[in-house]
Ligand binder design. Structure first.
Ligand SMILES: Cc1cc2nc3c(=O)[nH]c(=O)nc-3n(C[C@H](O)[C@H](O)[C@H](O)COP(=O)(O)OP(=O)(O)OC[C@H]3O[C@@H](n4cnc5c(N)ncnc54)[C@H](O)[C@@H]3O)c2cc1C
Length: 365
């Protein structure tokens, strides 16, 4: 597709976030929406995700966001005409430290108050859910049966397809190399294929969000951190489905993917990049050691492959959503105001010293 010369809105990045924004904007009647993706739709960090979907978050804003998102997954096939592979397999957090369990308590109360089914269960009950677990060193587990997973590619392609049907232009293979400004106002973007003028530019560049922000002279506190996922040869010794199960003490998590087991060491590493993500083979050993401790039968499994991706983390672990500070037109709001309080996600919170400290709850997926 050739690059249009003008747009009402340019979205930088065709991952799950950019495609969802495009679909929803077009649904709200916004015309001439253009998504610019430097590679192909969904090929960024979206293609590396474990697909987990949870309402087990620490703040009211995030829990409400997730509950709204879960409604979209529940009706996804009707709305988008594709099966997203959505399954409520549940999230299970295994807890070995009583202090850690106490750390869960405020968020569990908040989640329950908002209607989330989340329970503290005994190690024996956890073993009933996942018989392969070693539980003799656990004090409890936190079980959210309403959590689940969906296929990142299926969901992203569903958004992209319906967005196109609504008139959105999604242009692949085009990298945004500059963001044009007149004074404090954004006026468009530049690419190697030419310039595109637009009064609104949305930064949906995932792990590259900070780099794209700098093109407009804006500091965005997205800090990409590498995480690995490995998968086994078919392993019927652990029959599925099982919950997405996280060992809080080590960060290790696993779930079934068809006949295989997906497992991650739960690593969080700054490798100084927002694009290239090499696999560190030493992480296989780390993942296997953690896995065999928690799920001894995995000693008999064979690792068949794996990948690494960048998680677009922020210093307080909350999303960044809102107008870029000091630049008009870098983001958007159709109605002039959001329909719920989004101050938790305010992009200016770090510069103003108003970011809340990262809580001690689970660093999932
Ligand atoms: C190992 C791993 C497991 C994960 N598991 C989960 C999970 O279970 N559940 C969960 O919710 N999340 C999970 N995540 C996080 C999740 O993958 C991301 O939060 C999500 O995919 C971000 O989507 P995005 O659209 O913002 O980013 P991306 O998918 O990276 O999309 C951004 C796009 O912008 C493009 N782009 C960047 N710069 C430019 C430019 N200058 N011009 C044009 N295009 C540009 C990129 O090519 C990319 O396609 C996981 C991440 C990793 C790495």
């Amino acid at each position: 597709m050739t690059l249009p010369r003008t747009a009402s809105v340019v979205i930088v990045g065709g991952g799950v976030v950019g495609c969802s924004i495009a679909y929803h904007l077009a649904g709200r009647g916004v015309r001439d929406v253009v998504v610019l993706e430097r590679e192909t739709v969904g090929s960024g960090t979206t293609s590396k995700a474990a697909g987990g979907i949870r309402a087990q978050f620490p703040t009211e804003t995030e829990i409400r966001f997730s509950l709204e998102a879960i409604k979209v997954f529940e009706r996804f096939e009707d709305e988008f005409g594709v099966d997203p592979g959505y399954k409520k397999i549940g999230y299970l957090f295994l807890v070995a430290d009583p202090a850690d369990l106490r750390g869960f308590e405020p968020r569990l109360a908040l989640q329950r108050g908002l209607g989330v089914d989340v329970r503290v269960i005994s190690p024996e009950e956890a073993k009933k859910l996942v018989p392969a677990l070693r539980v003799d060193d656990l004090v409890a587990a936190v079980w959210g049966p309403g959590d689940g997973l969906a296929g990142p590619a299926e969901v992203t392609n569903g958004f992209a397809r319906r967005a196109r049907e609504r008139g959105v232009k999604i242009v692949e293979g085009v990298r945004v190399t500059a963001i044009a400004r007149e004074g404090d106002r954004v006026t468009g973007v530049a690419t190697p294929d030419g310039a595109l003028s637009a009064p609104l530019v949305i930064n949906a560049a995932g792990p590259s969000a900070a780099a794209v922000g700098r093109l407009a002279g804006v500091e965005i506190a997205v800090h990409p951190r590498r995480r690995h996922i490995f998968f086994t040869e078919p392993f019927p010794e652990i029959p599925g489905p099982i919950p997405l199960t996280t060992d809080r003490a080590s960060g290790f998590y696993f779930r079934k993917e068809m006949e295989q087991v997906l497992l991650s060491p739960g690593d969080v590493e700054d490798i100084g990049t927002d694009f290239e993500v090499p696999v560190d083979r030493a992480k296989i050993e780390e993942a296997v050691t953690k896995a065999v401790h928690r799920v001894p039968v995995l000693e008999h499994a064979t690792i068949a492959g794996g990948w690494a991706g960048l998680r677009p983390l922020t210093p307080d672990d909350h999303a960044i959503l809102g107008w870029a500070p000091g630049v008009a037109g870098f983001f958007w709001i159709v109605n002039g105001a959001p329909s719920m309080d989004l101050s938790l996600f305010d992009p200016g919170r770090f510069a103003r010293g108003r970011a809340k400290a990262h809580d001690e709850g689970p660093d999932a997926e």
